[in-house]
Design a protein around this ligand. Structure first.
Ligand code: PLP
Ligand code: 3DJ
Length: 405
């Protein structure tokens, strides 16, 4: 039976998450399939940031560190993120970029495995993860071992491996790793494991489980806003000993004693370094309010339904699906390999469909169930068919590489 737009509209009417779209500011006539890069603006964020600017910063000024709870925000917000990744209270800290968080937890993890000098990273992992590790390795004389997407993790492990850094969902293909199995494999070899949850938290149920550390960003599926702070998780078993190399007064045991020497705070606060971005924290806090009302299982169910719909609708185009065909093996995105991927994505954008291109040949579409509708997916597939079918992408203006993302 063929899929119709009316059929998709009926699915939207029956969608248990349908009420959430109105929580977001979304332009007319735009299909936003880039929530896996930058989430949309929650309406409540406007009010929350305005309150922080005017009533806290503008009126209470520096007193706000106490009166508005600014000082505790990294942990307070961390606990709320912890709820989304199966982490207990006091184990998650927000602040800094993901790259810096990776550096912090990787440095701490390596110190927990003295005598082991190798760190394993994915050869196809998001580059900043690799760069953060490469910088640490160069500074501390560690060996970096690449682990390819096709290989078995166990084959990359031996008794020199201190830490393994893995992405839960691959940013290019959307492939989803089995966190529990990989964590067990790393532990069996005596290594610690760090998970990058950037493309999974807020898109599907995540359980940090036996993981040692995790990091993630909040500007994608968590809709925290551009440059929203990242978070890091440290397993309770490591909280007492873990010491990051990047130390600062926000991670000190007694920051206002202004002691000359560093002493780590107890708990996850020890991963703090410098002053956190309070305006961004305010935006993130507002977007997280939405998550208090969301059942993540409904999010996953809709994500699977939307991605399946997109695959079915685009099947006649004969595209090369880069994402695992089995929904259980993917996150909340669909990617196709196409030699003309860049101009096709440019043309799509020009026709109101936001996705992105990832070199060398990936056309990437993100599915954020809180605001993406079934009719949006229908319209995106329809537009893609037109752009490819009519050769619209061949227009000269779509060929030039003008965008940075
Ligand atoms: C897997 C992954 N890790 C890390 C990052 C980003 O790190 P940062 O927040 O430092 O820009 C991204 C996206 O930008 C990502 O997709
Ligand atoms: N973090 C980004 C940025 O600072 C600029 C532009 C895009 C991004 C992204 O989030 C890209 C994203 N991590 C990706 O998977 O490609």
């Amino acid at each position: 039976m063929s899929i119709t737009r009316a059929g998709c509209a009926a699915l939207d009417s029956a969608d248990p998450l349908r009420g959430f779209r109105a929580e977001f500011v979304l332009p007319e006539n735009v299909v936003y399939m880039l929530g896996n890069s930058l989430g949309a603006l929650p309406r409540r964020t406007i009010e929350a940031v305005s309150h922080t600017v005017t009533a806290e910063w503008g009126r209470d000024l520096g007193q706000s560190w106490n009166t508005a709870g600014w000082w505790d925000l990294p942990e307070v917000i961390g606990d709320r993120i912890g709820n989304l990744i199966g982490a207990g209270p006091g184990t998650v800290l927000t602040g800094e970029s993901t790259s810096v968080s990776i550096f912090k937890v990787m440095s701490a993890a390596v110190r927990l495995r003295p005598g082991r000098r190798t760190v394993v990273v994915e050869s196809e992992g998001f580059p900043t993860d690799r760069y953060a590790v490469q910088g640490l390795a160069a500074g501390f004389d560690l060996n970096v071992r690449d682990f390819g997407p096709e290989g078995s993790l166990a084959d990359s492990l031996d008794d020199d491996v201190a830490v393994v850094l893995l992405s839960h969902v691959d940013y290019r293909t959307g492939a989803l790793r089995d966190m529990a199995a990989d964590t067990a494999a790393a532990h069996a070899a005596g290594a610690l494991v760090i998970w990058d949850l950037c493309h999974s938290a807020g898109a599907l149920p995540v359980e940090v489980g036996a993981a040692d550390f995790a990091v993630g960003c909040t500007y994608k599926y968590l809709n925290g806003g551009p440059g929203a702070p990242s978070y890091l998780y440290c397993a309770p078993a490591h909280l007492a000993e873990a010491e990051p190399v990047l130390c600062g007064w926000h991670g000190h045991a007694a920051p206002f004693a202004f002691e000359a020497d560093y002493r780590p705070a107890t708990g996850v606060r020890r991963f703090g370094a410098g002053t956190p971005p309070i305006l961004s924290m305010s935006a993130l806090g507002a977007s997280l309010e939405l998550w208090d009302k969301v059942d993540i299982r409904s999010v996953r169910a809709k994500s699977v339904a939307l991605t399946e719909l997109f695959i079915a609708l685009t099947e006649p185009l004969g595209l090369d699906l880069a994402t695992p065909r089995d929904p259980a093996g993917r996150g909340s995105q669909i990617s196709f390999r196409h030699e003309h991927g860049y101009p096709i994505m440019r043309a799509l954008l020009d026709h109101g469909v936001h996705g992105d291109f990832r070199a060398p040949d990936i056309m990437r579409f993100g599915f954020t169930p809180l605001f993406l509708r079934y009719v949006d997916v229908y319209d995106a597939a329809d537009t893609l068919a037109e752009i490819i079918g009519k050769g619209i992408w061949q227009d000269e203006r779509y060929q030039r590489r003008v965008t940075v993302t």
